[in-house]
Design a protein around this ligand. Structure first.
Ligand SMILES: Cc1cc2nc3c(=O)[nH]c(=O)nc-3n(C[C@H](O)[C@H](O)[C@H](O)COP(=O)(O)O)c2cc1C
Length: 313
């Protein structure tokens, strides 16, 4: 190993990031709200809260609920809509000292394609994440429940948008591997794995769910083992980069995801506890790599698979 500090740089297709730590959609606003609280120049990038065609007020409260080792949310994609985003948010996110990835969701396939077309016309956005997997709106999971639907949306989005395109998939399916492979075959730049797991919370005295829709999304440290396995299985089955998401709260979590097959990660629920956590994690990554004698963080990506091959040989 050389004396130089370890390199944290990673690549997602054409997109180069100074380090693999991004913030996860919906857990860090649209990024600019935190620009004065945190050093966003020290993180890999911000993925914005989902933007839809029309403004959405979201689901009736309560929208969040703390669980053992995490939380439930049923926000319902509250956002200013495309016009509000372009008018009020875009000028601010383009000033951020890190790449901004725009996350969008359509209510229909046509919506997704129109949002992708519009995103492709924006200067300064680093990438487009297609939220094919929101559990908190009617029909939100339909787009990542079948390989055909997911693949078709990705390929149609890429036909109208030159940005790197990430497909964000749901863990709430029988087998995620064929869906991931369909997105790869359609040309996706990377896969964002995963969105929240379905769950609920019950108020037993009222004999009903605390959530108006009866269902919500589980996130936080409690989902990490399941999400890690999904990243490990999918990354063994595809050749494109996987972005690991689920319960990441420490630099060690990041390194575990990378060894399991992730090229980059997103930090979500943990940002609510400390908005400076992503930058702290990025600093700590460098220390851990130096201790371990690793020159480049990207050497770790998928190491578990190479280890496995040796065992099998
Ligand atoms: C309050 C909240 C709001 C979220 N909103 C969105 C969203 O708008 N779009 C999206 O793609 N994912 C959304 N997510 C999912 C996260 O981006 C992430 O995939 C998930 O929470 C798992 O990561 P975590 O365990 O680190 O939170 C949301 C999660 C939470 C907790």
């Amino acid at each position: 190993m050389s004396d130089a500090a370890p390199s944290l740089a990673v690549r997602l297709g054409a997109l180069e990031l100074r380090n693999p730590v991004l913030t996860a959609s919906g857990t860090y606003g649209l990024g600019y709200e935190f620009a004065r609280l945190a050093d966003l120049g020290a993180i890999g990038g911000v993925v914005g809260k989902t933007v839809t065609m029309q403004e959405r007020l979201g689901n009736p409260p309560p929208r969040t609920f703390e669980t053992a080792g995490g939380m439930l949310n049923s926000i319902g994609l509250m956002n200013p809509g495309w016009d509000g985003f372009v008018r009020d948010v875009l000028p601010r996110v383009l000033d951020l000292p890190c790449p901004f990835v725009l996350n969008v969701a359509g209510e229909s396939e046509e919506d997704f394609i129109e949002l992708a077309r519009r995103a492709g016309q924006l200067d300064g956005v680093a990438g487009l994440e297609l939220n094919l997997s929101c559990p908190n709106v009617a029909g939100g999971l339909d787009f990542s429940s079948s390989p055909e639907a997911a693949g078709r949306i990705v390929s149609r989005a890429l036909a109208v948008c030159d940005l790197p395109v990430f497909a964000k998939l749901s863990p709430n399916v029988g087998d995620i591997v064929p869906i991931a492979q369909a997105c790869e075959a359609a040309g996706a730049t990377a896969l964002s794995l995963i969105n929240t797991f379905l769950g609920t919370a019950i108020d037993w005295r009222k004999r009903k769910s605390i959530f108006s829709r009866g269902v919500a999304g589980v996130s936080g440290p409690s989902i990490k083992p399941m999400a890690l396995l999904i990243v490990m299985r999918v990354s063994a089955a595809v050749g494109i980069p996987v972005i690991g998401i689920g319960g990441i709260a420490t630099a060690r979590d990041v390194l575990e995801y990378m060894v399991a097959g992730a090229a980059a990660v997103q930090v979500g629920t943990a940002c609510f506890l400390d908005p400076r956590l992503p930058e702290k994690i990025a600093h700590e990554l460098r220390e851990l790599l130096a201790e371990e004698g690793v020159d480049r963080i990207d050497e770790l990506t998928g190491a578990v698979h190479r280890q496995q091959e040796q065992v099998e040989r």
